[in-house]
Every structure is written in structure tokens, then in C-alpha cells.
Design a protein around this ligand. Structure first.
Ligand code: ADP
Ligand code: MG
Length: 428
């Protein structure tokens, strides 16, 4: 059977899907051709299906290194639900006896989920060397090199372990990695030219980015009203407060005669589900949302996304505007900005700053003790790199206005995001 036909057959037989999501088939083809592979696909793109498919396409055991116990448990549960019994999670929750039993029968499993710590144990490596490996998967691979809050030192031993296992075929999966991080990951594993890298770009050329600065909130409300009156929907407006999302939805509905409905995490499941269905069906024109809206919404024809408030960070912003124009037709992303708006976000973001423990951990990554300022600098590099800016560009710009007040990492990121003119200056 030709490869292509076989792919669709396994997809239908085991997953009851009739088509692949973008990237899945490309990555599977590279894997079947025997290439070492790194794939960057956004959250929800269906990365798990790729290695699950490999389990059914080839003999041997698929080993999946996963950073979090909860992710591991979730994946095992999903496979069990599909009727797969040859699956196990090898982690610190197993008793010694249970672990022994699993290791003795290792070759019997189609899928083994494992923590990097466990894979590092000698007896475990030896057991894996005795069986036929189908594929070694490193899920959330960016945690190996990221300077971000979820950095995991244990992941650093993976290249050595890969070597110890006799360099089996590798699949590294990530949803967020900057070009620098992708390079670092590949270098860590001694990548050669024949590696396959699939990067689903966050660049969405059909979405037109636009920022408007307004003198005060009254002007902002008026501008929002005009936009909702004139733009052709469906649309989403993002607010960072539930209360404001609700009052603005009512106001906009009264003023424009369009169906504008608030959606936030304070609504019960039933209400949320109903709103989603109505929006999908075209019975609602505009959603006045908090960041709770979006996950799992796959509406192709959203024509605009307006940010009444700034997003909490650049990855969220990219995700939120990325909901527009999935059909490839032109779409608009508008940020309405009143000077001082970033203060609200700063307040909200404070709770999301990584714990001092996390900071300690990655500050000492290279055996050196770095100060908090340095760590922040790295986080900043990380966020800006994601957004396509470089540190020297930002420094050059901020060098001129140092005196104002000490520039906080997050404020800087918000500021860059909110100012189209700054973006323009930074980009060349
Ligand atoms: P990721 O790990 O990339 O965030 P998941 O593997 O958790 O994403 O998959 C997200 C969702 O997409 C799951 O509910 C999965 O069943 C679904 N999915 C994956 N592949 C397909 C496909 N080809 N067609 C339809 N749904 C899919
Ligand atoms: Mg995943």
C-alpha cells in the first residue's frame, strides 16, 4: 500500500479522523522516511497524534519523554480511552515492584511515557537497550533550552541518554521556540543537514496589525463603537475584566443593534457552550471576551479581533489575534491603547511572575549565580525574540528615555506591543 493511503487508513481506523491537521502529515512522512525530526506546531495542533500514529505505523515501542506527571497521566488516559492497553507511564509514582514488572515486560508496550529523571537511571536505560525502539519522542522540547519559567534542568541530560540508547530516531515537539532555541536544540543533539525541521510560523500575513492611540477612555469607547458599527464580522473584542466585558457587550448591542455577547470564565459551562455554538452558527456577531475565550474555538471566518485591553504577554497576544482569518481571507487586528493602559496588565501579570525557586533554578543553569536582573534580561530576550525584536534594538530605543523610570521587563514588553511606531522603529 502506498504510504499516503496507509496514513489515511490508520488515521481512520484508530482515530476516526478523515483528514490531517496542518503539519501532521508532513512530519509523519519525514519520520517514515527515517529522518530525525523537530516539529514546532502551536498548542492544539495535534502533536500527540503524530507519535500515536507512529505507534500504529511501525513495530517497536514509542518512548515519550514528558516533563510533567499530569501530562503523562492525561496521555495515558487518552490512549486507554481509545482502547489502547499496551501503554504505561514510568515515573516516580510507581512502587519499586511495579517498576520492575514494567521493565521486565518493556518490549510488550507500544507506548511508554517516561520522565527524564527515570530515563536517566542505569537499570532503565539497560532495559530500553534490550528492546526494539520505534521512536524517541521529546515532548515540550523547548523546556530543554528555554530561559522561560518552565525550564527543566533534567532535560539537559537527554542528548547523552539519546546517545546511550544508540541514537534511535528522534521526534522533538514544541509549541513555542524561538529560532535561536530551535538551533540550540538541534545542536544539543548533534544535528546534521538531513534533519527535518517543521516550523509552523506564527506569521499570519493575512492579518493586518493596527494600533490606535487614544487620549482617554471615553474616546476609546467611542472608537470601539465606530469599529463595531463599521467592521464586518464575526469579531472578538478582548477585555481584561469580566465586568467590563459584560457592560460593554450590553452597551454595544444597544447602540449597534448587532448581537454582542459577553463570554468569560465566570459563566457556567452550559452558558459558555451555548454561546460558543451560537457564535459558530453565526447567531452571534461579536463576542466581548476575556482571555477565557478561544481555546477550542475553531471558527474559520473571524474577520477581526480588537484588543480593548492589552494581552497579558506576547504569546497570548499572538494566540488571540491568531483566531482571526483562519480561512486565509483578510482579517484585522486592532489594539486600542490609552497611555497608562499597561498599568492594568502590570498589576495582573504580577501574579504570573515565576517563583523565586524557578528563577534560582535557571539562574544557576550554567553553574553560575546570576542576579535577578540578569534573569529578567534573559526572559526579556526570550519574549522579544518570540515577537521578532532584538535586545540591541530595544536598548538603543530605551537608552534615550532611561530617566523616566526604571523600565520593568513586562512594562517594556507591553509597551513594545502597544506601540506600532515603536515596532516600526525597532524593525529596521
Ligand atoms: P497539542 O499537543 O499539539 O497541543 P493535542 O495532541 O493535544 O495537541 O491535540 C489537540 C486536539 O486535536 C485533540 O483533541 C485531538 O484529538 C485533535 N486532533 C488531532 N489530530 C486531529 C485531526 N487530524 N483531525 C481532527 N482532530 C485532531
Ligand atoms: Mg501536547
Amino acid at each position: 500500500m502506498p504510504d499516503d493511503q496507509r496514513l489515511y487508513q490508520v488515521l481512520a481506523d484508530h482515530f476516526q479522523f478523515s483528514s490531517f491537521k496542518p503539519g501532521q502529515k508532513e512530519v509523519l512522512s519525514a519520520l517514515l522516511a527515517g529522518r530525525q525530526t523537530l516539529a514546532m506546531l502551536p498548542t492544539g495542533a495535534g502533536k500527540s497524534l503524530i507519535y500515536q500514529m507512529m505507534g500504529y505505523l511501525r513495530p517497536g515501542t514509542v518512548v515519550i519523554v514528558t516533563p510533567l506527571l499530569s501530562l503523562m497521566q492525561d496521555q495515558v488516559a487518552r490512549l486507554n480511552y481509545m482502547g489502547e492497553s499496551a501503554v504505561v507511564a514510568l515515573n516516580s509514582t510507581l512502587t519499586g515492584a511495579a517498576k520492575q514488572a514494567v521493565l521486565q515486560q518493556l518490549g510488550h508496550y507500544k507506548f511508554v511515557f517516561i520522565s527524564p529523571e527515570m530515563l536517566g537511571q542505569k537499570a532503565v536505560i539497560e532495559a530500553f537497550k534490550r528492546i526494539r525502539l520505534n521512536l524517541l519522542v521529546i515532548d515540550e522540547a523547548h523546556t530543554m533550552v528555554s530561559w522561560g519559567p518552565d525550564f527543566r534542568p533534567d532535560y539537559l541530560s537527554l542528548p547523552t541518554l539519546h546517545q546511550a540508547l544508540g541514537r534511535p530516531q528522534l521526534l522533538m515537539l514544541t509549541a513555542t521556540a524561538t529560532p535561536t532555541m530551535i538551533q540550540e536544540l538541534k545542536t544539543a543533539f548533534g544535528a546534521t543537514d538531513d534533519w527535518y525541521t517543521y516550523v509552523q510560523s506564527v506569521d499570519r500575513p493575512n492579518i493586518h496589525l493596527h494600533t490606535e492611540q487614544l487620549p482617554d477612555h471615553k474616546a476609546k469607547d467611542q472608537r470601539l463603537l465606530t469599529l463595531v458599527q463599521t467592521l464586518r464580522g464575526p469579531g472578538i473584542i478582548y477585555f481584561s475584566s469580566r465586568k467590563l466585558a459584560t457592560t460593554m457587550a450590553n452597551w454595544l448591542q444597544t447602540e449597534t443593534g448587532r448581537q454582542v455577547v459577553a463570554y468569560h470564565g465566570g459563566l457556567d459551562q452550559v452558558a459558555r457552550y451555548r454561546i460558543q455554538q451560537q457564535y459558530m452558527a453565526g447567531d452571534i456577531d461579536v463576542i466581548a471576551a476575556t482571555s477565557a475565550f478561544g481555546m477550542g474555538i475553531d471558527k474559520a471566518d473571524i474577520r477581526y479581533v480588537i484588543h480593548y485591553h492589552l494581552s497579558s504577554d506576547i504569546p497570548s497576544y499572538l494566540q488571540e489575534i491568531g483566531r482571526a482569518g483562519r480561512d486565509g481571507q483578510p482579517a484585522l487586528a486592532v489594539s486600542l491603547y490609552v497611555p497608562g493602559d499597561e498599568r492594568l496588565q502590570l498589576h495582573l501579570i504580577d501574579q504570573g511572575i515565576p517563583s523565586s525557586q524557578t528563577i534560582e533554578r535557571f539562574a544557576t543553569k550554567q553553574g553560575e549565580r546570576t542576579g535577578i536582573a540578569d534573569v529578567q534580561q534573559r526572559l526579556l530576550t526570550y519574549y522579544l525574540d518570540l515577537a521578532g525584536y532584538s535586545i540591541p534594538q530595544v536598548k538603543a530605543f530605551f537608552g534615550q528615555r532611561r530617566s523616566q523610570r526604571q523600565t520593568d521587563l513586562y512594562q517594556l514588553v507591553q509597551y513594545v506591543q502597544a506601540n506600532e511606531h515603536l515596532r516600526a522603529q525597532l524593525m529596521h
